[in-house]
Design a protein around this ligand. Structure first.
Ligand code: HEM
Length: 125
């Protein structure tokens, strides 16, 4: 059943579904596997970290205290269009877990963050 509320269980489910899609994506898979690793333990750690990130964003809880902007600046550069793929996979995953209203709330946060990242990563010099 699709959740009509945002809670930790829903976010954890979202992480499982989203990062399975990411790992299989022809463009994004390689970028993530190069950084996160390819074994399941590394991916469990990654999913737990990003779950905490979203718990912080959406619920004001969790233990995430990293620097996402810095992490993405330091990745090997990749085409801007990859953000569209990221967002599409995220939206599909949201729709598998949350109802339409909650999916929209979370998607809007993701779009905002994605826009901030892109403004910095692809700023004209
Ligand atoms: C095409 C777009 C993106 C790519 C290729 C990408 C790639 C990555 C990779 C490879 C990592 C792992 C870095 C590491 O473990 O060293 C990472 C971490 C992370 N990403 Fe992304 N990302 C993208 C978009 C986003 C967006 C839109 C968000 C948020 C809405 C996001 C949130 C995060 C967070 C919170 C981390 C953890 C940072 C930390 O280690 O503290 N990413 N990303």
């Amino acid at each position: 059943m699709k959740l009509n509320t945002i809670n930790k269980e829903g976010i954890d489910r979202l992480m499982e579904i989203f990062y399975e899609k990411i790992r299989r994506d022809k463009d994004l898979g390689a970028i993530f596997n190069a950084k996160v690793g390819t074994d399941d333990e590394a991916w469990q750690n990654h999913k737990a970290k990003i779950s905490n990130f979203w718990q912080g964003m959406l619920l004001g809880q969790g233990n995430y205290n990293g620097q996402p902007m810095k992490v993405h600046i330091e990745l090997p550069s990749f085409p801007r269009e990859f953000f569209d793929t990221w967002l599409k996979l995220f939206e599909k995953s949201l729709n598998q877990v949350f109802n339409e209203e909650m999916s929209m709330v979370i998607l809007q946060r993701a779009q905002m963050i994605a826009r901030n990242f892109q403004n910095v990563l692809y700023a004209r010099r």
